[in-house]
Design a protein around this ligand. Structure first.
Ligand code: URA
Length: 434
């Protein structure tokens, strides 16, 4: 089957056969399809879409392009979580130890930040010594002892996705529902979890800008997971404004520690509690949402979740003293405030612009492999809905020697709107797909 014929078929809006999709993924994995043909097919998929069956075949072919982690010898019902990416989204870092403290086993392979969204691995690496590059045997040993372990994707997992994602990133083909669904689900299926809860972000700071698109993505991924034999559900959560009050790396770890200590922003606690409940129910550890949520609350109140986090940090080479002494985290010394120009209510705090501003300060990267500054970031001092007086602090930027500061300040000012009336309440949890 010639590559050009497969491209033409999709260009003309026709469905591809399983064989054609296998040929494409195989060609990308082994380098027999040149980048220009792979990119042409990606663009055709982006413009013409895929049927659910084609998306499933694409996902399965991408899983088969590499290894599938076998976690069956852990003797536990493993339950994973994945977020489609947002600004200030540090939920995994709190959630994994909470679920582990409730008896769950949470193998978490995460990504790095790219574009305006932050990455769990970059955040964790702001803990001195923390290693995200464990081997699979090391990963399993930590899971056995602690119940939670958070590492980077190994090179052998869904290698076709690595190549395709890199091509999509530079050919304007990231924003495609079937390509996003297959990319995420191929990695999740290769990770070997038996259940999976997806946090599909929706709003200005997310790939999916409105609920209809977020729902379609959630349904596609739930369908792929279920058909592959993994109990899969999705929760659609708001990403119009940043989640929590910290955006960056070390500043987000600080916020996670706050939540694990029983404090922290209400929205982070709410999303964590909801996802934890569904993970515990899906794993068969709790009978219903109510008891599951109570178990998650108790795990935090008793200090059991913090203890799991401490053990996970220690087993992954990090300094566990950060749990009680956040001064060990590398915070950048410079601070600048963005203040309210007038009195009123904060009606908008656009996540996309805040995420971009944080990247400009150095918390994110422009290209894969760029270093990040763990110490810089943005603290949200007035969330949407807050009533402020002229001159009140809205945001605090932590910078290093003024790097990126001017442009970041301009973006932050654009991100905020102040009006005369309080904005309508925006729920953080928008919908669920089961
Ligand atoms: N995250 C992924 O892993 N893949 C995508 O395509 C989008 C977000």
């Amino acid at each position: 089957m010639r590559a050009v014929d497969i491209i033409i078929r999709k260009r003309d809006g026709l469905a591809l056969t399983r064989e054609a999709i296998d040929t494409f993924v195989d060609g990308v994995t082994h380098g027999t399809w040149p980048d220009y043909q792979a990119s042409a097919l990606l663009m055709a998929v982006c413009l013409k879409g895929m049927e659910p069956e084609e998306t499933l075949w694409l996902t399965e072919a991408m899983v088969r392009s590499g290894e599938r982690v076998d976690l069956s010898d852990l003797g536990a019902f493993t339950v994973g979580k994945h977020s489609t990416g947002g600004v200030g989204d540090k939920v995994s870092i709190v959630l994994a130890p909470v679920v582990a403290a409730c008896g769950g086993v949470v193998p978490k392979m995460s990504g790095r930040g790219l574009g305006h969204t932050g990455g769990t691995l970059d955040k964790l690496e702001s803990i001195p010594g923390f290693r995200v590059g464990l081997s699979i045997p090391e990963f399993k040993a930590v899971l056995r002892d602690v119940g939670a372990c958070m590492i980077g994707q190994t090179a052998t997992l869904a290698p076709a996705d690595k190549k395709l994602y890199a091509l999509r990133d530079v050919t304007g083909t990231v924003e495609s529902l079937p390509l996003i669904a297959a990319s995420i689900m191929s990695k999740k299926l290769a990770e070997g979890c038996r259940a999976l809860v997806l946090d599909v972000k929706c709003g200005s700071g997310a790939f999916m800008k409105d609920v209809a698109h977020a729902r379609a993505l959630a349904e596609a991924m739930v369908s792929i997971g279920t058909r592959a034999g993994v109990r899969t559900e999705a929760v659609i959560t708001d990403m119009e404004a940043p989640l929590g009050e910290a955006v960056g790396n070390a500043v987000e770890i600080l916020e996670c520690l706050d939540v694990l200590h029983g404090r922290g922003p209400a929205d982070v606690r709410l999303v964590t509690r909801r996802l934890a409940s569904r993970m515990l129910v899906l794993a068969g550890l709790q009978p219903d949402d109510e008891t599951a949520a109570a178990a998650a609350d108790q795990a935090i109140a008793s200090g059991a979740a913090l203890e799991r986090f401490r053990r996970m940090v220690e087993r992954q080479g990090g300094d566990p003293r950060v749990c009680d002494d956040p001064r060990l985290l590398p915070l950048a010394p410079g601070t600048v405030q963005v203040t309210a120009e007038r009195a009123g209510f904060v009606t908008a705090m656009r996540a996309l612009a805040i995420g971009q501003a944080s990247c400009l300060l150095g918390a994110g990267r422009d290209a894969v492999g760029d270093p990040v500054d763990h110490g810089v970031g943005i603290l949200v001092r007035a969330k949407p809905g807050a009533q402020v007086a002229a001159g009140d602090t809205l945001l605090e930027l932590r910078h290093r020697d003024g790097r990126g500061l001017e442009a970041a300040l301009a973006l932050c000012r654009e991100a905020i709107a102040i009006g005369d009336e309080a904005p309508a309440h925006r729920a953080k949890i928008l919908e669920e797909v089961r």
